[in-house]
Design a protein around this ligand. Structure first.
Ligand code: FES
Length: 84
């Protein structure tokens, strides 16, 4: 995840980055466990949750990035999801 943040430019000043990375790792665990979020469309499904844009942004929404590096953060998440 750290390497993906670097490659996708998921930070600028880096102040929020440790929290973003911790949340990102937890997000992956939640998706794989099938944990629902506020935007999960199908609550009756079983198995992993699809990592839609809404799911990623909702699950990371507790972390504020004053630099606005959200596009890179989502890019890092997508990179890790695709490689694992
Ligand atoms: S990278 Fe600066 S606050 Fe997020």
């Amino acid at each position: 995840m750290q390497q993906a943040f670097i490659e996708q430019e998921g930070f600028q000043c880096g102040y929020c980055t440790p929290g973003q990375i911790c949340s990102a790792v937890a997000l992956l665990t939640e998706l794989r466990a099938g944990d629902a979020s506020l935007v999960t469309a199908d609550l009756a499904r079983t198995g992993p949750v699809m990592p839609t844009e809404d799911e990623l942004r909702e699950r990371m929404s507790g972390n504020i990035c004053r630099c606005g590096a959200y596009v890179g953060i989502v890019g890092a998440l997508r990179q890790v999801i695709q490689r694992t």
